[in-house]
Design a protein around this ligand. Structure first.
Ligand code: NA7
Length: 531
């Protein structure tokens, strides 16, 4: 392969769209490398039972091409993992992208050469490729976090992580299964596994607030409602803080009076989904308002779960609603009323060790055939740091990000010219409906590269001072929210040993962030060095 104009890494939502814009809109010579043997990104690896997106199908898709939008018919309110993968395959085929993708091609190292202004990309196996631009579309939730527990090697059963689920069909029938982790993933996988196992033991370190998803089949009327209002919903989404196709309430809680408050909350609860979080304007910003909602959910859990000790463990929160990623569920709390399901709180006494047929907690042995770790990800920065990335003057990204992930707008990193990160740290990314954030980033990068080429310039790079100022802005925004009302969340990086602690994404909202990005571009890419 000759020297390329651009290399894209990752064939999920970001990479596929970025390949399309650079190859077919800018006519660049591009290639995409993907570690997996299929498209899908995080939706390829997370094929655990019950895996489903908690953004609604008709919004969890590309908006850049109305024809493609109209051609695809989602079958359920929320898309299953398989349906998202099928959708991405459909789009890749429509846009004729497969000819520019190499699968089973894991990028191991990338190095920038100042003299030639080129990046050299090296794959596992040694093949190398040169390109002027590199776009990291490696995903925010693609580097799984597997805890190290003593004597793991002695366990004779199966150990699985939800984020690297095997392709083979895992049978749980009549087995004793343990699940560690009760984040969004645990909350999805637990009710599914509970349907067939002999026994299910859930090891919970921290309980999670969860809202009913109320998933259902979509009918033609519902599909057409979105299709016929596409432009309107697109506009609402890009002006929504989280990139969803609904308007936020402008009414603060307490203003309407407590009877009316609970009527509004009950209605939102019955409707289900993430819009519950937006049913009042101040839930995510005001502690007093938030406590009304937190208590509302605690009551719902206690009403649902029969055993009072289990109900208490599932609702014994030491953080407010929304400080961690709220989950959506299908009968999660109800699952604990099944006779074959038990909850073990490991908050005070963590899992000590494995032995040949189970785990030990507080000197009690739990016999298990399979242990499922739903323990999350080294989020946002993890998949970037898995690659050995060397920028100008031999600077290594790992060392550069040792204290904090210095970046500008989550799009570029000082000392790493012509390298772009899609939904990188410091961008709204995981706080949004991802396809909206991805399309905004890809469009911005495409425009930036196009302008650079038109101006006959060679490179663009974030300035150090602008990047530091952006980190301050990210910090400032997080201080206005509930996100810092917990000391432990993957947003803060505390779930991964050795990771710098600090709020990683930009929490000012996708709408505000988009305006900032556009203003910077219109202002001659202020804060970036173009040469
Ligand atoms: P999360 O949200 O990071 O949840 C991981 C869960 O695993 C959470 O309950 C953790 O408890 C628990 N955990 C992590 N490490 C351990 C150890 N060592 N021992 C016991 N329990 C542990 O990941 P998910 O995959 O559920 O969700 C990630 C995102 O994917 C989600 O928000 C969606 O956007 C999709 P903790 O809270 O840290 O005490």
């Amino acid at each position: 392969m000759a020297t390329l104009d651009a290399i894209i890494i990752g064939a999920g939502f970001s990479g596929l769209y970025q390949l399309y814009t650079l190859r077919d809109q800018l006519n660049l010579n591009c290639h995409l490398f993907e570690a997996a043997d299929e498209v899908g990104g995080t939706w390829h690896w997370n094929q655990y039972p019950g895996a489903r997106c908690d953004t609604e199908s008709q919004a969890y898709c590309y908006y850049f091409n109305k024809k493609i939008y109209n051609e695809w018919n989602w079958t359920e309110r929320y898309p299953s993992q398989q349906e998202v993968k099928d959708y991405l395959k459909f789009v890749a085929k429509k846009l004729n992208l497969f000819r520019s993708i190499s699968f089973s091609s894991n990028v191991k190292e990338m190095k920038y050469f100042d003299k030639t202004n080129k990046w050299k990309i090296q794959l596992d196996g040694g093949n190398t490729f040169d390109a002027r631009f590199v776009i990291m579309a490696t995903g925010c939730l693609s580097s799984e976090n597997l805890p190290i527990i003593a004597n793991q090697e002695k366990f004779k059963g199966k150990i699985l992580h939800t984020g690297k689920w095997p392709k083979e069909n895992i049978k749980f029938n009549d087995l004793d299964v343990g699940v560690v982790g009760t984040g969004s993933t645990g909350i999805q996988v637990i009710p599914e596994i509970a349907k067939t196992v002999k026994s299910l033991t859930v090891f919970q370190r921290t309980p999670n607030y969860s809202i009913p998803a109320r998933n259902q089949k979509l009918n033609l009327k519902e599909l057409n409602l979105h299709k016929n209002n596409f432009e309107y919903l697109k506009n609402v989404s890009i002006n929504n803080r989280h990139g969803h196709p609904w308007k936020h309430s402008t009414t603060p809680i307490h203003q309407v009076g407590s009877v009316k408050d609970s009527m509004v909350l009950n209605k939102a609860w019955e409707h289900g989904g993430l819009s519950f979080r937006d049913s009042f304007s101040n839930i995510n910003y005001d502690e007093c308002a938030n406590s009304v909602v937190s208590n509302f959910i605690i009551n719902k859990i206690q009403e649902t779960v029969n055993d009072p000790v289990t109900a208490n463990d599932l609702s014994d929160f030491d953080y407010p609603f929304g400080a961690k990623r709220p989950a959506l569920d299908t009968h999660y709390f109800e699952t604990f009323n099944q006779e074959n399901v038990k909850l073990i709180s490991i908050k005070k006494t963590p899992i000590d060790s494995f032995n040949h047929n189970g785990v030990l907690v507080n000197s009690i042995h739990y016999p298990l055939d399979i242990v499922v770790f739903a323990t999350g990800f080294d989020a946002i920065t993890g998949s970037l740091l898995k690659i050995n990335i060397i920028g100008k003057k031999g600077k290594n990204l790992k060392s550069e990000w040792k204290k904090e992930p210095i970046n500008l707008l989550g799009l570029q990193i000082p000392n790493f010219p012509n390298l772009f990160t899609i939904t990188g740290p410091g961008s709204p990314s995981v706080l949004t409906n991802m396809p909206r954030a991805i399309e905004q980033h890809v469009d911005w990068v495409t425009m930036c590269i196009s302008k650079l080429i038109n101006m006959k310039k060679n490179k663009i790079e974030a300035s150090h001072s602008a990047a530091l100022a952006w980190l301050d802005e990210v910090k400032l925004e997080s201080e206005r929210t509930m996100f810092l009302k917990t000391s432990n969340s993957w947003y803060l990086g505390t779930n991964v040993k050795g990771k710098p602690k600090g709020f990683i994404p930009y929490s000012g909202g996708l709408d505000k962030y988009t305006n900032i990005c556009n203003a910077i571009a219109q202002n001659g890419y202020k804060g970036f060095i173009i040469s």
